[in-house]
Design a protein around this ligand. Structure first.
Ligand SMILES: Cc1cc2nc3c(=O)[nH]c(=O)nc-3n(C[C@H](O)[C@H](O)[C@H](O)COP(=O)(O)OP(=O)(O)OC[C@H]3O[C@@H](n4cnc5c(N)ncnc54)[C@H](O)[C@@H]3O)c2cc1C
Length: 322
């Protein structure tokens, strides 16, 4: 190790619910964790106004405040939080090996264990009216925000299994759901299609896209365009849900960690272990199914416990670790 290279016991990459929960556990276990925040300190929840389903907040809490509290809780036990983005990694194949992480294309930091909690990014349509009304009725998470539209008319954009799942969820609580499908067929499995087809308060519109989201401060309606005929139509809605997929923030680990075809990191069953010894993955970066703050926090806890056990085994008998 050169004089300028720093070596950490535990590096946590990402500062969402998974990263900060891992930090709380790791700090209390004396693993002296350092969290690198990335470009979105606090993670996805900093983009939402109301979190009503995280346990421990009976009156709900706004996302940015909740994340400040999680950071403070992690710091209380000695976690060091640093601004910085991991831009490259060199992960060791050896048990007890040292991993190297480049921060901001500049400084190289070595770590005995790494907890990856880089999350995922929801895809949006990227039209100006949709971007303007994010948090004002436009959401990328029906399970998180659907409740706020109970008994109201909403629309959802998407055609895959997740979109179908979220559309059924919304149909259970909303008055009417209009589902916009860009092509003349859905990508969702037949079973999911049957499920949405059977919902009486759900209308599927094929060959349909969002032309504009209507409303000044909050969503009041939607202008839909038929991409075959060019015909436009306005409908009144109060919520628009975008369900066109997520991209896990895992590009820097490609070629080194096992991933599925969409880039989610694969972990061993009932653990957060990746295919590299001492490297653990938590939160939305490895979870394409649940994608909730509480599940991210749960796997963050698991990752810190896995890291602690790994280090204990290495220190006890390095050659026996597999
Ligand atoms: C609009 C919206 C509303 C939501 N509402 C709710 C809700 O009410 N309840 C709920 O349970 N869930 C909600 N969710 C889902 C919830 O936010 C996520 O499931 C949760 O934040 C995932 O946590 P995470 O820690 O895995 O990752 P994220 O929160 O995505 O955080 C990822 C972190 O990694 C960092 N990062 C990424 N790449 C790098 C890198 N290369 N180097 C360093 N750091 C990096 C980012 O800066 C960020 O800090 C909502 C999501 C959205 C988008």
């Amino acid at each position: 190790m050169s004089e300028n290279t720093e070596r950490l016991k535990t590096m946590i990459i990402g500062s969402g619910p998974a990263g900060y929960t891992a930090a709380i556990y790791a700090a209390r276990a004396d693993l002296k964790p350092v969290v690198y925040t990335g470009l979105e300190p606090g993670g996805q929840l900093t983009t939402t106004t109301e979190v009503d389903n995280f346990p421990g907040y009976p009156d709900g809490i706004d996302g940015p405040s909740m994340m400040v509290e999680l950071q403070q809780q992690a710091e209380r036990f000695g976690t060091e939080v640093r601004m910085g983005r991991a831009t490259a990694v060199e992960l060791s194949d050896e048990a007890g090996g040292i991993h190297k992480v480049t921060i901001d294309e500049d400084k190289v930091v070595e770590a005995e264990t790494i907890i990856i909690s880089t999350g995922a990014t929801a895809k949006y349509l990227n039209i100006p009216s949709e971007q303007r009304l994010r948090g004002g009725g436009v959401s990328a998470c029906a399970v998180c925000d659907g409740f706020f539209y109970k008994g109201q008319d909403v629309a959802i954009v998407g055609a895959g299994d997740t979109a179908a799942e979220e559309a059924s969820y919304l149909a259970n609580i909303c008055n009417k759901v209009t589902m916009l499908v860009r092509k003349d067929y859905m990508r969702a499995s037949k079973a999911m299609q049957h499920r949405v087809d059977s919902l009486k308060n759900l209308e599927i519109r094929y060959n349909s896209e969002v032309d504009e989201v209507l409303g000044d401060q909050v969503v009041e309606g939607l202008r839909i365009v038929n991409n075959q005929t060019g015909e436009k139509e306005e409908i009144a809605i109060t919520g628009l849900f975008i369900a066109i997929g997520h991209k896990p923030n895992t590009d820097i680990f490609k070629g080194q960690l096992d991933m599925d075809e969409t880039g989610y990191i694969i972990t061993e069953a009932k653990s957060t272990k990746t295919n590299k010894p001492g490297v653990f993955a938590s939160g939305d970066a490895q979870d394409k199914i649940y994608r909730q703050a509480v599940t991210a926090a749960g796997t963050g806890c698991m990752a810190a416990l896995d890291a602690e056990r790994y280090l204990a085994t290495i220190e006890a008998a390095p050659e026996e670790v597999v």
